[in-house]
Design a protein around this ligand. Structure first.
Ligand code: MLT
Length: 234
């Protein structure tokens, strides 16, 4: 039977064998929520970079450049990392190069996977349907915060494990852990996530509406996938 596992932090991904697996990148606040929203809104494609220089250099190639560090937009970049930046009319039909504190690092560390797809609460059912129809095992890869485990990505992983439990066997214990956490909090996901460390960090930066938006379920029925280094819609 195909299996599912959960990597709770990029600092643990070296313990996982990504070969022949489908990896779901999740960074609910806010990188993967941005990527799903932007591609749905009409961005042609997104190239993720793990460093500022890589993203910045794409300006000369006609890309809009998006940069976030520590939750804040990097000065001189066209976009920050709010999903509302990615749903502005200026991005329609454009190419975007992006770098974020954690989300793009996780993507960079997933290159050995068979397929790398982008998951968020915003497109969770589309992700479930994609994974169910494929034969490969799955790793849900939580971007976390600077190597630490975070609540929102872990809850998404738990929601995914619960929705896939009849089609995938748990590879190890982290699926059990995140599913138990999700089951204990799913009655008030937004309330619990609003009390998370990154939500509080964003609040201190006067970012508020992003949090409720990123916790919406199934706003989009689409799955971004990494093809030749570019995030495009399946
Ligand atoms: C990340 O990459 O860690 C987050 O998306 C940061 C943020 O947007 O606040």
């Amino acid at each position: 039977m195909k299996t599912i596992d959960v990597c709770l932090s990029p600092d643990l991904i070296h313990l996982h064998n990504l070969k022949d697996k489908n990896v779901v990148i999740v960074d609910i606040l806010r990188a993967t929520s941005c990527m799903v929203s932007g591609l749905a809104f009409g961005i042609d494609h997104i190239i993720p970079f793990s460093n500022l220089e890589g993203s910045q250099a794409m300006k000369a190639e006609g890309y809009l450049i998006a940069g976030e560090r520590g939750g804040e937009k990097v000065e001189g970049f066209d976009l920050g990392n709010s999903p509302f930046d990615y749903m502005d009319k200026k991005v329609v039909g454009k190419k975007v190069a992006t770098t974020t504190t954690n989300g793009t690092v996780a993507i960079e560390k997933s290159r050995a996977a068979l397929n790398v797809i982008i998951g968020a609460f915003l497109n969770i059912t589309a992700v479930v349907n994609y994974l169910k129809q494929r034969d490969e095992s799955v790793i849900v890869f939580c971007a976390g915060w600077k190597g630490k485990v975070n609540l929102e990505d872990s809850l998404f992983a738990g929601a995914l494990v619960e929705r896939l439990q009849n089609d995938f066997a748990n590879e190890c214990d982290s699926p059990l852990l995140v599913q138990a956490a999700y089951q204990s909090m799913k009655h008030d996901l937004v309330g619990f996530v609003k009390n998370s460390s990154h939500a509080k960090r964003l609040n201190r930066l006067n970012v508020h509406k992003d949090i409720e938006y990123c916790m919406k379920l199934d706003v989009f029925d689409l799955v971004p996938i990494l093809k030749e280094g570019k995030l495009v819609l399946l």
